[in-house]
Design a binder for this molecule. Structure first.
Ligand code: ADP
Ligand code: G6P
Length: 746
């Protein structure tokens, strides 16, 4: 472990729960260790760091603390744990923690929509508590700090913090699953938008698996209309980039591995095994939560005893359950059902000398937990849905002699990293029963083969590596240095221009040489734009290429009289100066026949939207539609098309109030590359305004100038404000003295 960042950098961790829970009783104030994946994971991380960066952990101390004790708790938390407590009132606990967090988000994100409650009071309190965290952060933060916010309790906080401190670096990690769009959309509209906008306040958003990241991106696309390119979302309003990535959380592998061979653990393990005689032990460990599939597990165990009488009296299920979220009705009801089922199975199969299930409802100290892991032949982990599940990893790590079998639900994030486990679907009691039998009868060699592979992986990708990868990604990113074209740069461009003898200009058309108009046919070239292009062509050292998404008939009609080259339909057709149109890549048109009716169906739903057919592409326009309706249907259409086109070599591009579908190999960049290969140009200038022009900027040689029109994210070197400014600049180079005063660049 190399440390989390530069020595001077302080990491501020923010989570609802701190690593300790404060208990006030007759003996005064006690700080007990918190349970749960987030607290144990982060605690392990901080204690495992050889080279500690300075950090502070901001969060709730686990109970409501009376006013008189707050200063004492704060002082001890800061001095002994480097923690900054955020005190929550009883009302916060009821409506924020138990309410919105654990009765709305938790069930929904774990695919239990029937348990989810949508209560305006919960939502308001959720907003309020996120605001309180923001207020505390203002007190706790230094300007150079990096902030790492954790989990579903604080999804509004990144945006709130960004509003207060626009330049601060913020990472967010979600410890639970992010659900599919159809589940996420069950959250009322205003809330779900605020949640997504809240998260997008971060620079980097991490999930345990790629799937959760993909589901998030899809919800962002459908609800907010932001597309993404390889997990990067551009927030146009404040010109920021948000990255989304998968960072599966690990455990402190070495700690569990070493502890398992320690004397205390060995003694406890032997005692436990002695007390159970020859019986093989199947272990399960979890917080008491309906997402953990505890009842399903019991039913599976019951089925195993029913169908395999030879195992009766020879196997014991030890079920450790940690009390959790007491006071929430769905949790309380579950406890009762678990106890009833344990009683039923024990009553049915137990004998005077054998109890099939030993059930403990309490938390265990670390050594005892490791002793349980070390003593058990099988770990049976059956969540119906789980973001990661650290217990599965801890069990494998604690198998010092490499034996032991992990039976793991495919619904846990951990299943992606532990394929050597026996993977089951917990919804089928027979599948659990069969897996148990296979596990109990597996040879030692096979157990070891599987565990060695899993241990190697868990050792490599441990909790420190998880945090290092996340923070490295967060800290390494700089916003691209794109600036408005200033006077001194513009002077240098002009000097280069006048010195050069072989020049290439590459222009986009719509949004670059002319502003957008209501319908494509109305955006004709203005007299000024034609005059500027004509003057540039008068200089024999200049070569001009107009690379547009327009069809070739339109380009011919508008530019036939000018000695310039044309690329139509994003480079599918090329007409060299004075030459004929030549097709560059034929992508067939069968797909157009299939997709056209779909686009038309979407156009029928939105007054003002229409479909444009070009030779090699189809475009769905909504420039003249009511904006919100147009945007919202466009998102749905883009989403729909992605599924259709993924496997047939087409690309779906979200343009300026339009969605375009075309063959995957065609783009302006490829067309421009062919020009660049022709001659050794000593001055190259490309100007464009939308995503399709980014392909051009990407292929330009070193030293070329690239201007992006507008404020959106770009790979171009400089920005111009609008087509008017483009014409002013070009007019100046051509010396055609357009009647326009240049702003900012003279
Ligand atoms: P979740 O985050 O949903 O609680 P995880 O499996 O990811 O589930 O994390 C649970 C954490 O709590 C693990 O690190 C585990 O060691 C700890 N834990 C679970 N049960 C107990 C227990 N009975 N005693 C002590 N620690 C426990
Ligand atoms: C999961 C969540 C954590 C939470 C933990 C325990 O691991 O992802 O954020 O802290 O469960 O739940 P609790 O409600 O006790 O904090």
């Amino acid at each position: 472990m190399t440390g989390l960042g530069p020595e001077s950098q302080r990491i501020v961790i923010v989570s609802n729960r701190l690593q300790f829970t404060v208990v006030q009783d007759d003996n005064g104030i006690q700080f007990n260790e918190s349970a749960g994946g987030l607290a144990t994971g982060l605690r392990a991380l901080l204690t495992s760091l050889a080279n500690k960066p300075s950090y502070v952990w901001v969060g709730w101390p686990g109970s409501s603390i009376d006013d008189e004790s707050r200063s004492e708790v704060k002082a001890k938390a800061l001095s002994e744990y480097s923690c900054w407590p955020v005190f929550l009132s009883e009302e916060d606990l009821e409506n924020f923690y138990q309410g919105f967090c654990n009765e709305t988000i938790w069930p929904l994100f774990h695919y239990f929509p029937n348990y989810a409650r949508y209560d305006e009071v919960y939502w308001e309190q959720y907003r309020k508590v996120n605001e309180s965290f923001n207020v505390t952060l203002q007190e706790a933060l230094n300007p150079d700090d990096t902030v790492w916010i954790h989990d579903y309790h604080l999804m509004l906080l990144p945006h709130l913090l960004r509003k207060t401190l626009p330049n601060i670096r913020i990472g967010f990690f979600l410890h639970i699953p992010f659900p599919q769009f159809e589940i996420f959309r069950l959250i009322p509209g205003k809330w779900r938008r605020e949640i997504l906008e809240g998260l997008l306040g971060a620079n980097l958003i991490g999930f345990h698996t790629h799937e959760y990241g993909e589901y998030f991106l899809r919800s962002v696309q459908r609800i907010l209309g932001y597309g993404n390119s390889m997990g990067r979302i551009t927030i146009d309003e404040d010109d920021r980039l948000v990255r989304v990535g998968a960072f599966p959380m690990g455990i402190d592998f070495q700690k569990f591995y070493d502890a398992a061979s320690g004397v205390e653990v060995q003694t406890e393990k032997e005692e436990l095994q002695r007390s159970l005689g020859d019986s093989k032990i199947v272990l399960s460990v979890d917080r008491q939560d309906y997402s953990k599939g505890i009842l399903h597990r019991l039913q599976g165990f019951e089925a195993m005893l029913e169908t395999n009488p030879e195992w009766r009296g020879k196997v014991t299920l030890i079920m450790l359950v940690v009390p959790s979220r007491i006071g929430i009705a769905d949790y309380e009801g579950m406890k009762k059902r678990i106890e009833e089922l344990v009683g039923k199975i024990n009553g049915q199969f137990g004998t005077v000398s054998w109890t099939p299930i030993i059930y403990q409802y309490r938390s265990l100290p670390f050594q005892s937990l490791v002793a349980m892991y070390a003593a058990s032949h099988v770990a049976l982990i059956t969540p119906l849905r789980d973001g990661m599940n650290l217990v599965a990893k801890e069990y494998v790590a604690a198998r010092h002699d490499k034996t032991g079998v992990l039976v793991l639900s495919e619904m846990a994030g951990a299943a992606k990293e532990l394929p050597e486990a026996i993977i089951i679907n917990p919804n089928n009691r027979e599948e659990i029963s069969d897996a148990l039998k296979t596990a109990l009868e597996m040879s030692c060699e096979e157990q070891m083969r599987r565990n060695i592979a899993m241990q190697n992986r868990l050792r490599r990708y441990d909790v420190s590596r998880w945090a290092t990868d996340f923070l490295h990604e967060l800290l390494s990113y700089e916003d691209p240095p794109v600036t408005w074209l200033e006077a001194d740069v513009w002077r240098a461009v002009r000097e280069d221009y006048h010195r050069s003898v072989r020049r290439l200009f590459i222009f986009d058309y719509d949004g670059t040489l002319v502003p957008f108009a209501g319908s494509p046919q109305l955006a004709k070239p203005s007299t000024e734009s034609l005059a500027v292009l004509l003057s540039l062509t008068k200089d024999p050292r200049n070569e001009l290429l107009l690379a547009s998404g327009r069809d070739r008939v339109t380009l011919d009609r508008w530019f036939a009289g000018l000695p310039i080259s044309l690329a139509a339909e994003h480079g599918a057709w090329i007409r060299e100066q004075n030459g004929d149109w030549k097709v560059q890549q034929f992508s067939g048109s069968e797909w157009k026949r299939k997709l056209f009716p779909i686009l038309e169906m979407y156009a029928d739903r939105v007054p003002g939207a229409f479909v444009e057919e070009k030779e090699f592409s189809l475009v769905w326009h909504y420039r003249m539609a009511e904006l919100n309706q147009g945007r919202s249907v466009a998102r749905e259409l883009a989403d729909h098309l992605l599924i259709f086109t993924a496997s047939i070599g087409l690309q779906v591009l979200t343009g300026n109030k339009a969605i375009e579908i075309r063959g995957a190999g065609i783009n302006k960049g490829t067309a421009v590359q062919r020009w660049l290969a022709k001659t050794d140009f000593d001055f190259v200038l490309a100007i464009g305004d939308d995503l399709t022009d980014e392909d051009v900027f990407a292929v330009l040689p070193q030293g070329a100038y690239s201007f992006h029109v507008g404020a959106t994210q770009t790979g171009a070197r400089f920005r111009l404000r609008d087509p008017m400014e483009v014409l002013r600049c070009l007019g100046e180079l051509a010396g055609c003295g357009l009647d326009v005063a240049r702003s900012g660049t003279t």
